[in-house]
Design a protein around this ligand. Sequence first.
Ligand code: ADP
Length: 342
Amino acid sequence: MPSPIARLIAGVPMPLVIIGPDLLVTEANGPAIAMLATTSEGVLGRHHGLLFRAPDLLAAISAALNQGQGAVVRLVTPKPGHDQVHEVTVTPLAEGALLAFADLTEAEEMDRMRRDFVANVSHELRTPLTAISGFVETLQGAAKDDPAARDRFLTIMATEIERMNRLVRDLLHLSRVEAEERIRPESRVDLAAIARSVTDSLQPLARAGEVRLALLGAEREVMLRADADQMVQVLTNLAENAIKYGSPPGSTVTLSLAQEAGPRGPVLRLKVSDQGAGIDARHIPRLTERFYRVDNHRSRAKGGTGLGLAIVKHIVQRHRGRLVIESEIGNGSEFSILLPMT
Ligand code: ADP
């Protein structure tokens, strides 16, 4: 028969451990046993020094047992991938010392991602700003009376301003898409019509890159529950990338629609394929990270913000779909969106 205290701590979802005055573990609830990654025999009755090695935590346990003093300590446990971080509250009890573990790993990871994001955005904005302020200074000084230089510098400044505009626009898109991610689209739209209109609107960009832009499988209506604007954005981002990065002059970028059987019912595959240089396999899992670029210089030269595929990923998630990237160096790339038809 478990003790009343064992029954009590069994009902608490956070890991709890009680260490008796003899320094052995007298109680541990399920989450604690799972966290300490052994069987219950391996935790109960064991000396606490075998389970915890952090000096701060051992000192806090000793203070609780010997002086009746409570404490809160931070415990970092190295794990493959990334460290696990807990805030451990040590409370003196009549039965010994109670250890309560609050898992801060995810919260700290989110914090780190937010800091990285702010640092990245600042960096992305600073680069064009530095360029613009440099040119302003030159125009006020050395190039003041040089009309040719003035024209050249103003053109570069306009390009940099356009880059900042695109960045701000993509950041706003990203935050809007993230905010809506849990709201499923209501409307039913014709994906074939959307694909036709995207293909038409990108013809000038394709012509400028001397690339042929083809559309397959869009002759008949393909109705689906989706957000029309977001579908335009997904196809535009993928096709623009295919034209920008994928395609040598004379090559073809193909946008295609096809229905296929998925494990959970019929799906629509929207595929954008190019005949470009392809992407090394090690980059593929990271392409949808914000600001991740295979070739920084090339992306910037092409006016990329590094946010296009992050936006695509969030839109696809909102549609309960999947983004599949297949590519091989020298053999082009295929970006497919698989959307449930039901
Ligand atoms: P960007 O604004 O830089 O285009 P994206 O998020 O759209 O940002 O793409 C991330 C990176 O993925 C690009 O910088 C580029 O290096 C790579 N990439 C995307 N699409 C292709 C493609 N079709 N072929 C080769 N590389 C691509």
